[in-house]
Design a protein around this ligand. Sequence first.
Ligand SMILES: *[C@@H]1O[C@H](CO)[C@@H](O)[C@H](O)[C@H]1NC(C)=O
Ligand SMILES: *[C@@H]1O[C@H](CO)[C@@H](O)[C@H](O)[C@H]1NC(C)=O
Ligand SMILES: *[C@@H]1O[C@H](CO)[C@@H](O)[C@H](O)[C@H]1NC(C)=O
Ligand SMILES: *[C@@H]1O[C@H](CO)[C@@H](O)[C@H](O)[C@H]1NC(C)=O
Ligand SMILES: *[C@@H]1O[C@H](CO)[C@@H](O)[C@H](O)[C@H]1NC(C)=O
Ligand SMILES: *[C@@H]1O[C@H](CO)[C@@H](O)[C@H](O)[C@H]1NC(C)=O
Ligand SMILES: *[C@@H]1O[C@H](CO)[C@@H](O)[C@H](O)[C@H]1NC(C)=O
Ligand SMILES: *[C@@H]1O[C@H](CO)[C@@H](O)[C@H](O)[C@H]1NC(C)=O
Ligand SMILES: *[C@@H]1O[C@H](CO)[C@@H](O)[C@H](O)[C@H]1NC(C)=O
Length: 897
Amino acid sequence: MWSSSFFADAFHLALLGPLLLSVEAKPVKNDGIREKISINAGWRFSRSEFNTDKLAYDLSRTDYANRTDLTVLKPWVMPSANDFIVDPAARYQPPSTEPNISCPFVQSSFDDSSWESVNLPHDWAIKGPFYVGDNVPVSGGMGRLPVQGVGWYRRKLQMTEADEGKSVYLDIDGAMSYSIVWLNGHLVGGWPYGYSSYQLDLTPHLKLGDDNLLAIRVDNPGNSSRWYPGGGIYRNVWLTKTSPTHVGQWGTFITSKNVSKSSAVLDLTVEVENSGNASQTLSVVTDVYVLDTATGAAGRQVASFPRQTVTVAGGQKASVNASTTVNKPALWGPPPSQSPNMHVAVTRLYNRHNDVVDTYSTNFGIRSVVYDSNHGLLVNGELIRIRGVNGHHDLGSLGAAFNERAAQRQLEVLQELGCNALRTSHNPPAPELLDLADKMGILVYEEAFDCWQLGKNPNDFHLIFDEWSEADVRTMLRRDRNHPSVIIWSIGNEVGEQTTGATGAAVAKRLREIVHSEDVTRPVTASMNAARPDMPFPGELDLVSLNYQGEGIRDTGPYAGLPGISTSPLYYAFHDAFPDKLVLSSETAATLSTRGTYFFPVTNWTSAPENYTLGSGGNDTLLEVSDYGLYTAPFGSSPDKVFVAQDNASFVGGEFVWSGWDYIGEPTPYYEARSSYYGIIDLAGFGKDRFFEYQSRWRPDLPVAHILPHWTWPDRVGQVTPVHVFSNGDEAELWVNGRSQGRLRRASASVYRFRWDNVTYHAGEVRVVAYKNGKPWASDRVVTAGAPAALRLSADRSAISGDGLDLSFLTATVVDGKGNVVPAADNEITFSVSGGGGELVATDNGDPRDFTSFASATRKAFSGRALAVVRANGQGAITVTASSAGLARAVVRLTAH
Ligand SMILES: *[C@@H]1O[C@H](CO)[C@@H](O)[C@H](O)[C@H]1NC(C)=O
Ligand SMILES: *[C@@H]1O[C@H](CO)[C@@H](O)[C@H](O)[C@H]1NC(C)=O
Ligand SMILES: *[C@@H]1O[C@H](CO)[C@@H](O)[C@H](O)[C@H]1NC(C)=O
Ligand SMILES: *[C@@H]1O[C@H](CO)[C@@H](O)[C@H](O)[C@H]1NC(C)=O
Ligand SMILES: *[C@@H]1O[C@H](CO)[C@@H](O)[C@H](O)[C@H]1NC(C)=O
Ligand SMILES: *[C@@H]1O[C@H](CO)[C@@H](O)[C@H](O)[C@H]1NC(C)=O
Ligand SMILES: *[C@@H]1O[C@H](CO)[C@@H](O)[C@H](O)[C@H]1NC(C)=O
Ligand SMILES: *[C@@H]1O[C@H](CO)[C@@H](O)[C@H](O)[C@H]1NC(C)=O
Ligand SMILES: *[C@@H]1O[C@H](CO)[C@@H](O)[C@H](O)[C@H]1NC(C)=O
C-alpha cells in the first residue's frame, strides 16, 4: 500500500504538469512518510552548441585546452563524490567561498520565458538534424546527432511550511554529462559521468515559498563516446523529502544465503543518516513481504528482522545489521523454468517516543547463484545456460531519453527471441531497467565503464578516471546491489589495460576490491577481447568473460589473412589456466546485416567477413549488408560458428550476443550511416532473419521454421538464389513452385541452418516443412509479391495509459493487392494521429542510412515496413492513420485511459 504504489501515485500526479505545484503545496503532514516526488515536468531548457557561459568542469577536454576565458568549477563539484570515497583522507574539502561566476542562468531573476518548455527525461539531440557527410562535429561513431554543447535546465521548486525542518534531496538518475547543479544561485554539486545516478542535499539553500530556482548545467563533449550517448537530463529526476533522521541514500542491502525451497537466510544492513545536530537513538524494524510486481503493492508478510537499536551522532551515519529466516521462500529465477518472484523489505525507523520517522522500502529477490567453472551458471540449483544479448542504452527513435514502456518493449522482444540475459554494455543503465529485469526474470551483467586510464576517444571517461572511478563504481554497487536480476559486475569493457601487464592488472585489482567492499555475493569480471590466459590481467578477475576470443578471431577460412589480430578459439585455454573460474562470452557474433536486404552470390562458408572490397556480403555504395546472417565484422563470427564453439565447450556459461537490438552510432562497417548493423533486431524493433536462428536454438520447444530470402526478384529469373531455413527441426524439405528441392537431414546437432544453395529463381512460391523425429514440426511459406497496393497498420497495444508516458508502437506494412508483404517497398508513408490526446512521438524504419529526423511524421518504408510511436496526454479514442500516395491507407483505433 505504502511502498511502490505510494511512489507511483506521487509520480502520476506529478505528470499533470502545472498541478505539480499544488501537489507539492500539500505534502502529507507526517514526518514518518518519506516522499519521493517526480520533478520531471515543467522545465525550461536552452542549449548552445558552443560554450558561451564561460563555465567548465575542468579544461582537460581537447576543445577546452586553450580556453583561458573559462571558470573552472571542479573544486565545487568534487565533494559530491565524498560519500563514495572510503578513505577520509582522500575526500574533497569544499572551497570556503562560492565560485565567482557571472552567469545569469543560475539566478532566480533571470527571465527564461523565451526558453523551450520541456519535460524530463529529455534528450536534446534525438530530433537532429543529422550531420551528414565528412568533417562534421559528430560523425557516425556517435550517431551523427547534435549531442555536443552546453544545455541549461531551469525549474522552480515550492517549499511550504510543512516542509520546514525536513531534509530535501535532489535525485538525478542520469544527466549526459558533466552536470552541475545550482539552487538559488548556490552551486550545490554535480557529477561528470553521465551514466551514474547521484543525489545532492538541497536543504541548506532552500527557502520557504515558490521562488526556489533550480538550475542544472550539462556540458556534453564531442568525441567522448564510441556510440550515441544522447545529451541532457535523459533520465528521471526526483525530490526526496525525509525527516532529518532517515535511511541513507541507497541505505539498505539485503542478501540471501542458504537458499533452498524450504528456507533462506536473509542478511540485512541498514544505514541510518542523521542530518540534524543532536544525537538520535532509533529503533530499526524491517518486515519482509511478498511483492506483487504487477501493482507494486506489498502482499503477505513472510518474515521480520529483529528490532535493532542504533545511536547516530548529529551529522553522522551509522549502520545496523540483522538476519532472519524465510520459510518456503518464493524464489526469484528466470523463466521459462523458474519464476521471477520478488519480495519487499519495509524498514521503519522509530524515535525514542516510538513515532515513525522514516519508512523505506527495498525490493529484492531470494535466489542462489553458483558460478560453476565446470558446468556453468546454476540458479537455485538449476543449470541455466546464458542466452544473452548486449544492449546499449538508447531506445532507437526515442533516443537516450529513458521511457519505461520503450525499455519494456525491448525486453519483451528479446524474451520472444528466447533471450534470458542482458549485458548493459558498457555502463550502468537507468534504474527502472533493472526493475523491469527483476520483474521479467532477466539475468543482468552490469558494466561500469568502457575505458579506464587508457582512453578510446579524446574526451571519454579516461579524462576523469583517476578522480571518479571509485565513486562511480560505488554508486553503481549501492544503487543496484539489491536487484536479484544482477548476477555479475563488470568493471570494464575491452579496456586497453588488458595488455599492459602488471600495470593494468593493478587497476583491475583496485576496482575489484572496491566492488567486493560493497558486495561479496557476486563475481567481478571485465570483458576481454585481447587479454590472453598467460597475462596478469585475467588473474585479477573472479570470472573469465571473453569478447570474440572463445570462438576465435580471424582464425578460419575466409578470415585467415585479414589484417589485424588473429586468435585461435580460447575457451579451453582459459578454462585450463583458470580451472576454478567460470568462463563465458560477454560478446559473440558481431554479425552484420541490413534487414531484408540480400546480395549474391552467397558465400559457401558458414561464417565470412563482410568485405566490400571483395564484394562479399556488403555494398559500400548502398551502405547495406546482406541479411543471410553469414557476414560479420572482421573480428566476428556468424551465429552458426559461435554455436559450434559453444557446443564444443560444455563448461562455458553461455553468451551475450553483440548485439540484441541495433543502436544509434557505431555503424560498422559503413560510418557514413547513423546506426548499427549488428542487431538481431533492427533499430525500429523488426527482427532480421537471424532472429529465427537464435529463436530456434534458444527456444527448442517452440516449433520454428523460417525461410530466407524473400521471393520477389524480378531481376533474378533463372539465376541461382540460395534458400536458407532456420529451424529447430531435425529434417526439412523445401519446395519451389511445388517441386521438391530435396529433404535435408541435419548432419549433426551442430548445424544451424538448412541450405539449398543451388535453387534457381522463378517467381511463385517457396515452402518448407521441418520435421522432428519424423513428424511434421513447423512450416513456412514465402510468395512472390505484386506491386504495392495498400498499407496495413497494426499496434503492439491498442489500449494505453493517457499519462503521457505510455506508448503504442505501430507497424505499417506495404502489401500488394493480395495482402502479401512487398519486401523491397520503400514507399513514403505519412502518419497522422488525432483524438484522445494522442500524439506522434517518433517514426523509424530500421534503415541505418535514413537521415530523416526521428521526429518526422513522414517516413519511407524500408524493406516493406515502418514504425510509428504514439503516446497520449488524456483519455479517449485515438485514430492513427498511415497514408501513402497511390496506396490504400490504413487506420487503427487506440484507446487512452
Ligand atoms: C592549443 O595550443 C597549442 C599550442 O599553441 C596548439 O598546439 C594546439 O593545437 C591548441 N589546441 C587547440 C584545441 O586549439
Ligand atoms: C569576480 O570576477 C569578476 C570578473 O570576472 C572580477 O572583476 C571580480 O574581481 C571577481 N571577484 C572576486 C571576488 O574574485
Ligand atoms: C571531434 O573531432 C573531430 C576531429 O578532430 C573534429 O572535427 C570535430 O569538430 C570534433 N567534434 C567536436 C564536437 O568537438
Ligand atoms: C548455511 O550454510 C553453511 C554452509 O553452506 C552452513 O555452514 C551454515 O550452518 C548454514 N546456516 C544455516 C543457518 O543454515
Ligand atoms: C544545526 O546547528 C546549526 C548551527 O548551530 C544551525 O544553523 C542549524 O539550523 C541546525 N540544524 C538543525 C537541523 O537543527
Ligand atoms: C567455398 O568455395 C571455395 C571456392 O570454390 C572453396 O575453396 C572452399 O573450400 C569452399 N568452402 C566451403 C566451406 O565449402
Ligand atoms: C577485404 O579484403 C581485402 C582483400 O583480401 C583486404 O585487403 C582488406 O583488408 C579486407 N577488408 C577488411 C575490412 O577486412
Ligand atoms: C553496389 O550497388 C551499386 C548500386 O546498386 C552497384 O552499382 C554496384 O555494382 C554494387 N557494388 C557491388 C560491389 O556489388
Ligand atoms: C548445383 O547445380 C549445378 C548445375 O545446375 C550442378 O552442377 C551442381 O552439382 C549443383 N550443386 C549442388 C551442391 O547441388
